[in-house]
Write a protein that binds this ligand. Structure first.
Ligand code: FAD
Length: 390
């Protein structure tokens, strides 16, 4: 018997929504993505694509394109915040590819997003911009759209991010993501400007990812765009007001926080011309990812926002999309969608909850105050003994 044509609506064209669109479309159904932004653009910063994510993207034939835009980090280097001394270096290239069958990659977010968008369009996914979903009518498989007629599909995936209105429609005020106590400054510095300072050259001459671990904070740096840019993320205590999620940063305040860190960082931060602070939120495990009719499910940050300390937020959204694709490939009747979405929730919930919890635990491990526990962590790192939380 021929399979019944299906039409799936995806709310949100972020990294998660686009991977889900690619995965589901490859499985057969027609896919429409509804995106509120009138123009698609990702923030100007980098993203780590760990092997669990690149492995999936490789299966979708995207590895070559990603590699053309990416940097392969040679190692992940943990450093002391005081003097930059190396505590531990974990080889990533070629070790990651040998171990997991796919490389660790570093990409500019805009390039990652463009590659996904082009692939979705190439597969025939309809991406509709300027389309804000305002309400969901679960019983009639219909979403309401600001200034336009309702949109009907056989099932919907809510991939509308941290401030998800899909999640609110499903669970009301229950299970909103909560502040983690940390914020991130997201910075990109031109490598040419860094090259002018010989003390800093090491940071741009080698494709290493550096993590400086210090009290209440850590700093991450890695190269982007063939080494043209250095992406720097400062993770430190959140001092944004309660309901303010992002704000232009005060550079003096930012530099003051790191003034007792190794002098190279101070020099690096002097090169920053402007940046923004982002409140970091994470989610407790949601009671439900699906509505009772079984034709609507959440994906990505909408249901498992996490601290980025394992670099797994988008990677988990990529896994969500891949699992949906596998499940849609196994059904051929609309009536089977609820079973597919139920399997999706079962397969994904435990793993994503573990990632959220492990990322939160790393906050403690990365941000230890000076003292005995920090010394013990650093000794273990130096002597290659697994430190607590690593
Ligand atoms: P989003 O990217 O937020 O996309 C949601 C989309 O939905 C948006 O396009 C939005 O406009 C749209 N939308 C919202 N509401 C509506 C509506 N009502 N109607 C229609 N459209 C709507 N992850 C990694 O894997 N590796 C990393 O290295 C990494 N580093 C990070 C560093 C920092 C500092 C932070 C904060 C996060 C990091 N992450 C990382 C996490 C990663 O960025 C997120 O997990 C990922 O972007 C979430 O994707 P998403 O598609 O679920 O949501």
């Amino acid at each position: 018997m021929a399979s019944e044509p299906m039409h799936i609506g995806i709310i949100g064209a972020g990294l998660g929504g686009l991977v889900a669109a690619i995965a589901i479309r490859r499985a057969g159904p027609r896919v429409t993505v509804l995106e509120q932004a009138a123009e698609l653009k990702e923030i100007g910063a980098g993203i780590q694509i760990p092997p669990n994510s690149s492995h999936i993207l490789k299966r979708y034939g995207l590895l070559e394109k990603l590699e053309a835009a990416a940097v392969r980090p040679s190692a992940l280097v943990f450093r002391s915040y005081r003097d930059g001394q190396v505590l531990h270096a974990l080889e990533l290239d070629p070790a990651a590819e040998k171990k997991y069958g796919s490389p660790y990659l570093l990409l500019h977010r805009a390039e990652f997003h463009t590659i996904l968008l082009e692939e979705a369009k190439r597969l025939g996914v309809q991406v509709t911009l300027g389309c804000t979903v305002t309400a969901i009518d679960f019983d009639h498989r219909r979403v309401h759209i600001k200034g336009a007629s309702p949109f009907v599909a056989d099932a919907f995936i809510g991939a509308d991010g941290l401030k998800s209105s899909c999640r609110s429609a499903l669970l009301q005020q229950e299970s909103l993501p909560k502040p983690t106590g940390d914020l991130a400054y997201r910075i990109v510095v031109n490598a040419k400007d860094i090259q002018k300072h010989k003390e800093l050259r090491e940071l741009v001459d080698k494709p290493e990812m550096n993590y400086w671990l210090g009290p209440s904070a850590h700093v991450v740096s890695y190269l982007l765009q063939g080494g043209k840019l250095l992406n720097v993320v400062l993770l430190c205590p959140d001092n944004l007001p309660e309901m303010i999620f992002t704000e232009k940063a005060n550079l003096l305040e930012m530099r003051r926080f790191f003034e007792h860190w190794e002098p190279r960082l101070k020099l690096l931060l002097d090169l920053v011309q402007d940046t923004t602070k982002w409140k970091l939120m994470d989610s407790d495990e949601l009671r439900e990812w699906r509505d009772p009719s079984g034709r609507f499910a959440l994906l990505g940050d909408a249901c498992h926002a996490t601290l980025p300390y394992l670099a797994q937020g988008a990677a988990q959204a990529v896994e969500d999309g891949a699992v949906l694709g596998e499940l849609f490939a196994r059904i051929d009747r609309k009536a089977q969608i609820p079973v597919a979405l139920s399997c999706y929730e079962t397969l994904r919930k435990k793993r994503t909850t573990r990632i959220v919890q492990e990322s939160a635990a790393l906050r403690h491990t990365f941000h230890m105050d000076d003292g005995a526990a920090q010394k013990e962590r650093d000794r273990r790192l130096r002597e290659d003994e697994p430190a607590e939380g690593f």
